[in-house]
Design a protein around this ligand. Sequence first.
Ligand code: BG6
Length: 480
Amino acid sequence: MIYKNNPLFPANFMWGASSAAWQVEGAVNEDGRTPAIIDLNSKTKKPFADNSVASDHYHHYLEDIALMKEAGFTSYRFSIAWPRIYPDDSFEPNQLGIDFYNHLIDALVKNGIEPIVTLYHYDMPVWVDEKYDGWYGRGIIDAFDQYARTCFKEFGDRVKYWLSINEQNMQICYGDWLGVCKNEATWFHDKWKVNHIMNLCHAKAVIACHELVLDGKIGPVPGYVPIYPSSANPEDQIAAMNAEELTEKVWNDFYTFRKYNGFIRSYWKEHHIDPDIQAGDMALIEQAKIDFFALNCYRSNVAKECSLTETEQKQQLNKTGRKGEFVYPKFPGLYQLTNNPYVETNDWDWEIDPVSLRYMLRYVWDHYGLPMMITENGYGAHEDISADGKVHDPERIRFLRNQIFQVGRAIQDGCQVIGYNPWSYTDLLSTGNGMAKRYGLVFINTTDDELRDLKRIPKDSYYWYSRLIKSNGQDWGEET
Ligand code: BG6
């Protein structure tokens, strides 16, 4: 379809931005918070900064919210740090941790900004890991349920949009990178047990939200990378479908239909995998009816046939920000990924593909028919303050303009999209590249090597985005 006019966004569309506790808050030892596994994981990512200070949002949240208000935000997606709420195995909630989120939520609501809250964005308390063997043991299910229930009871009068587990699919697919996998040698089998336990935690949270939050809505947050076939060869199409199943569709089918799909059941059988589904598990899951999909989408992939004679190759992420270091994976008999000659890439070899957003929204809407919000989408770059004291980020403006336009097109295609919250509001720690890979609309004056004054400097993209959202998606500015 060709549109002559700008797409129209619904009147109550939620325009905001996104963050996660461990990536922005800092203050890791304050007010009773105890360590999270991601604190330890972030220390292994040298030479990049760990999360002890991050963007110091914990001490700057009022200033950060004032800038959101000035920009015209109507939503803000952030996460709660579990070890601030339950710092130890006494199971006594930590009032100071609760107070922090109460103050944050109150300030958002006062400024007309809808809080969208993720329960779990990688900060499992170390005590949970030690006591229950983290995601490997079933003890976490009740601990997570208790944590989620406390959040719903404490904040549910003001927070109506809840997200369960951030990018569960990516945590399983990249278990080593995100600190979930404990033993690389057995991960091929273990990951499906871990995944099932995460599914049970997700289900508990969905059920508790509906029980405890009046008018509360809750959804999962898959990390979504649309996958195109590399050619019209039918085998490439099947390869793309295999890749889609094993990286995202298995999860999205599960969340919506509340059972494991035929593809994964057959895959488990073929590979002698036992996900350890116990009596009562599926009956619990059956009750966990989600209300919407929160979707994180940054890029797309291309898949092609991978014959059984090929040698398996693990995907290797580009961890340096020097172009050309990404290694595409090969799974003989299933699929291999390859480059896409039709799209550009950023310094970390991530495809820059605005159409992938329209594709994803169309796909998810067609398959699941649930409302959708974008909770992550953004442009990571090396950046610093210019000589004029400002931060100029024309590439991010170009990225956002093209991507948001495609969200508008998907809405015109008939998809129900209720909000757009790009990654990220302020600069924050990247999962593996600290402050070297910046995503923010607002610059945070600090680097991996040097702790600076943490001043907030709105980037050019902040002003551009502000104009767009104040016009409800009509003022796209001048093309650069
Ligand atoms: C998403 C995560 O997968 O991607 C975020 O939810 C993360 O936590 C973002 O920061 C960007 O990835 P990265 O590795 O560039 O930080």
